[in-house]
Design a protein around this ligand. Structure first.
Ligand SMILES: Nc1nc2c(c(=O)[nH]1)N[C@H]1C(S)=C(S)[C@@H](COP(=O)(O)O)O[C@H]1N2
Ligand SMILES: [Mo]
Length: 370
């Protein structure tokens, strides 16, 4: 395994695309967001191996070509989202939080391809027979580089989730029809549709079936929605071990156009064009309805959702609405998504210390219509 730091002096690469660019295509091909807790390892795929151990009959050591050639390759279109997406709105509308100041763009909607995690576990001779009711966990990890808060990156998902055919959890070798780029996990990353990005482990080198969740920092001491009484890091220490790690992401939508503080010239017909994206809760997609309000939530109109033919229940929805609005300043525009499971985006979202899972109405504040 040949691993070297991209640049050991560089802080981890974390960035998001401007929202207008982000929503310009259903499949995100142009500069999707990056979230890293370490530098980016440059891995030689020909010598990279993924080990599989724990509660299995036959521990495996799989090369990248085995992952590609020995298993059925499954393709899935799914949105990948950082659990801290929209943190900026939580900290500015509610109260200061700890974490990267994500706006609404820590999300991408891509086509992923690789073997199913399920098939890999079956090949290893999973000892657990009761998949549906299992209490076991699948820990996934990358030991390529030291991270900011732990000496490796890891997370876990429940075994039942990994084993469900319809859960479509894969070990992706490709993103949008090409090998993953180094920053997106080359040569192999976990793709767990509907689940927080933190579990989509990049540069995957170890899979372990075990009784407990991953002990890694990013499973145990981060990416959890702490209760509001956990006001400080000191108080949070009493809570980390009691609060579940986030898995499913909540139903959500954001207003991309017009943006906060923008001035828009109203066309002759008096209709303002509003655009954005929406995502469903966990596996309860697709998004079935998006409503938009240009009067701070008093009246709503249905937006048009533009799904291409190949959308999936895991994909995002791009939407647009034309909405009657009077000229004036300091307007608030809201969006509200509903998914196939009947989950409706709430008006308010409770504050939490790490600013995780913010999903109050999508919003653009202080818009001037001239
Ligand atoms: N090995 C490793 N995997 C990782 C991370 C990381 O820092 N190291 N970050 C996670 C988090 S928090 C997110 S949101 C996604 C981001 O994926 P991206 O960089 O492809 O956007 O990767 C996840 N997988
Ligand atoms: Mo994340």
């Amino acid at each position: 395994m040949i691993t070297k730091l991209k640049d050991p002096g560089e802080p981890p690469l974390n960035r998001e695309a401007p929202l207008r660019d982000l929503i310009s295509s259903f499949i995100t091909t142009k500069e999707p967001y990056n979230r890293n807790h370490s530098a980016i390892p440059i891995i030689e795929a020909s010598s990279h191996v993924v080990t599989v151990d724990g509660e299995v009959e036959t521990p495996l050591s799989l090369s990248v070509s085995q992952l590609r050639n020995d298993f059925v390759q499954h393709e899935v279109i799914a949105a990948l989202q950082c659990a801290g997406n929209r943190r900026h709105t939580m900290r500015t509308r509610l109260k200061e939080v700890a974490g990267i100041d994500w706006l609404d763009g820590a999300v991408m909607n891509c086509k992923w391809k690789g073997p199913r995690l399920r098939d890999v576990l079956i090949k290893a001779g999973l000892k657990e027979r009761n998949h549906e009711g299992s209490k076991l966990h699948v820990a996934v990890a990358s030991h390529q580089l030291e991270c900011q808060d732990d000496d490796y990156y890891g997370g876990s998902i429940e075994l039942w989730r990994a084993m469900r055919v319809e859960g479509e959890v894969i070990l992706a070798l490709e993103m949008n029809g090409k090998p993953l780029a180094p920053s997106y996990g080359y040569p192999v990353r976990v793709v767990a549709p509907g689940i927080a990005g933190a579990r989509w482990v990049k540069w995957l080198d170890k899979i372990s079936v075990q009784n407990t969740e991953s002990p890694n920092f990013y499973q145990q001491h981060d990416y959890k929605i702490l209760p509001p009484e956990a006001l400080t890091w000191e108080i949070a220490e009493d809570y980390w071990h009691r609060v579940p790690a986030i898995q499913c992401m909540p139903v959500n939508s954001v207003v991309a156009v017009p943006g906060n503080n923008e001035t828009v010239r109203l066309p002759q017909n008096g209709l303002l064009e509003v655009k954005g994206y929406a995502v469903p809760k966990g596996d309860q997609g697709p998004v079935t309805k998006v409503e938009v309000s240009a009067d701070g939530g008093k009246t709503w109109v249905n937006a048009e959702i533009n799904y291409p033919e190949n959308y999936s229940k895991w994909s995002w929805a791009l939407w647009k609405a034309s909405i009657k609005v009077d000229k004036g300043s300091n307007k608030t525009i809201y969006s509200r998504a509903t998914d196939a499971g009947g989950n409706v985006q709430p008006e308010h979202c409770e504050w939490n210390l790490r600013g995780i899972g913010y999903n109050a109405y999508g919003s653009s504040f202080n818009v001037t219509i001239s």
